[in-house]
Structure formats: C-alpha cells, structure tokens
Design a protein around this ligand. Structure first.
Ligand code: NDP
Ligand code: 8X3
Length: 262
C-alpha cells in the first residue's frame, strides 16, 4: 500500500523555480504542508500561494541561501514554530555556472557550484536532520544529475559536485541505517527549466539551443517522481534513480529533429 502523504511536512530548497516549484505544487496537490526556501522570495511567495490553492494546508516560505551556513541555520530555526517533524526533505537547490573548460574556468563559477550543489546539501541536511531522525519513514531526496554519472567537456566542476552528491547520499544512507530515515538521489538528464539560463548567465539564445529539436524532461516529470518516491511504504527506499528524456540516450547522444527555419 502506498503511504498517505496528506498532512506530511515537506521541505523543499530551491522552490522558486524549475523542479523545486513543480515539486511544491505536486506535494500540495497531495495535501502536504510545505516549507519552501530559495533566495528569490517574490517567486517563493507566488509558489506558496499556488500551493495553498492546490490543497496544501500550510505553505510557508523563507529566504534561504544554501551557500551560507548562517542563512541555512536561520531557516531551520523557524521550523519548531511550525512542526516537530519534517517528513520529506528535497535537497534541490543547485545549478551550473558556465560551461568553460578547465583551462578557461573562472574561480567565481567554480566556487558558486561547490557552495550550492555540494556544501549546500551538507548544510541543509545537517540543519534539518534533527527533525527527521526521530521520524521513521521520513525521506531525504537529493537532486543529482546525469552529470554526476557521466563527464562532459566544460562540465568538470558541475559533474564533480553532482558525483559528490551521489557519494554524500550513499554515505548518509549508511550513517542513518537503523533510524528508519530513507535517503535517495534522483538524477535527471536534460530538463527545460531556468537551468540553462543560469548556466549561460541570461544568454537566451544559447540557452534555447540546448533544447532545440528535442523533447526534454519537464519540471513536472521530476515532481511526479519525487511524489512517487515519497509515497512508497516506509520499508521501501528508492536509493538511486537516473531519469532521462527518451531523446537523450547519453549526455552526448541526443536525437534532434530538424527545426523549421524562422
Ligand atoms: P532552476 O534554475 O529552475 O532552479 C534552481 C533552483 O535553485 C532555484 O529555485 C534557485 O532559487 C535555487 N538556488 C540556486 N542557488 C541557490 C542558493 N544559493 N540558495 C538557495 N537556493 C538556490 O533549475 P532546475 O529546477 O533545473 O534545478 C534544480 C536542481 O536540479 C539543481 O540542483 C540542478 O543542478 C538539478 N538538475 C537540473 C537539470 C536540468 O537539466 N534542468 C538536470 C539535472 C539536475 P533562487 O535563485 O531563487 O535562489
Ligand atoms: C543538468 C543536466 O547534462 O546539462 O544537470 O549537466 S546536464
């Protein structure tokens, strides 16, 4: 029997766009309470309002910068006023900055990717774990990437931090064995979100090229998978899932249809 999600408490980082916002809507439709974090609070406010309309009994949001320990700790300090337990933590905040080769890489891009994708997951997990360990059946769902499983040119640091995310997930599962807390990584391939606009620093043309002629994953595809994982019975842990669009057989092997001339 699938677990009932109604009234569970779900905390999502990076809930202002893409997978995180779609996950907020999907968990809201299941009747979950939501705690949402990201830096853009105007976007979070809109996602939280939508979530309430979709059925979330509670949907609160707070500014969160996962690259700052004090921001993460302040975010977590707000939890006891809402609930004594977190049932699902979606460590989703992240992204790529640039697509430069190692030879041309920029310190600020490398540092941002390590801070958000690697240290961010560590900081948030450390801060939220006390609300999960007394709660068998709770689930930490980390968002990895196909990039953590396959290297590509210009992806050195992003591939590296997403590979680290897989190892963090595996270590944490070992550390939490016996507590009943589940830990999994969902590793998507190409999905059309704000990801490429962030990677290419607002260059819309370059960003659109990434998805040209293919049918990529959508944020909703990943949100549905997160809800499915969380709704498995407490004795079932989805450890690792690699999810790609059908047009993407491998990072470099994409089936692109001809695009009509404009
Ligand atoms: P988006 O750019 O749409 O979403 C990224 C989210 O992360 C935003 O909500 C952003 O919020 C948040 N974020 C970024 N930096 C920080 C920070 N320092 N503190 C808090 N929140 C932050 O992209 P996606 O939805 O695609 O990305 C979500 C996750 O999925 C990322 O971890 C990404 O690496 C991963 N991924 C994406 C794939 C894709 O092709 N789209 C494929 C595989 C994995 P804000 O800017 O408001 O802080
Ligand atoms: C995002 C997918 O292939 O652009 O994590 O790195 S990819």
């Amino acid at each position: 029997m699938p677990a009932r999600l109604a009234n569970k408490w779900v905390l999502i980082t990076g809930a202002s766009s893409g997978f995180g916002a779609a996950a907020a809507r999907a968990f809201a439709a299941e009747g979950c309470n939501l705690i949402l974090g990201a830096r853009r609070t105007d976007k979070l406010e809109a996602v939280a309002a939508e979530a309430r309309k979709l059925g979330a009994p509670t949907a609160v949001f707070h500014k969160l910068d996962v690259s700052s320990t004090s921001s993460v700790n302040k975010f977590a300090e707000g939890i006891p006023a809402l609930t004594s337990q977190v049932d699902v933590l979606v460590n989703n905040a992240g992204g790529a900055h640039g697509l430069d080769t190692v030879a041309n890489g920029k310190d600020e891009d490398w540092e941002a990717m390590v801070q958000v994708n690697l240290l961010g997951v560590m900081r948030v997990t450390r801060a939220i774990l006390p609300y999960m360990v007394k709660n068998p059946g709770s689930y930490i769902l980390n968002i990895g990437s196909v990039a953590g499983r396959q290297a590509y040119e210009g992806g050195s640091v992003y591939c590296g931090v997403k590979a680290a995310e897989i190892m963090i997930t595996r270590s944490l599962r070992l550390e939490l064995n016996g507590t009943g807390v589940r830990v999994g990584t969902i590793d998507p391939g190409m999905a059309e979100t704000e990801f490429s606009m962030v990677r290419f620093k607002g260059d819309e043309q370059r960003s659109n090229k990434v998805y040209e002629g293919v049918v990529p994953l959508t944020a909703n595809d990943i949100a549905e998978i997160l809800v499915w994982c969380a709704s498995r019975p407490a004795h079932v842990c989805i450890d690792e899932l690699l999810v790609k669009c059908t047009d993407q057989a491998a990072v470099h092997k994409l089936h692109r249809r001809p695009v009509a001339a404009k």
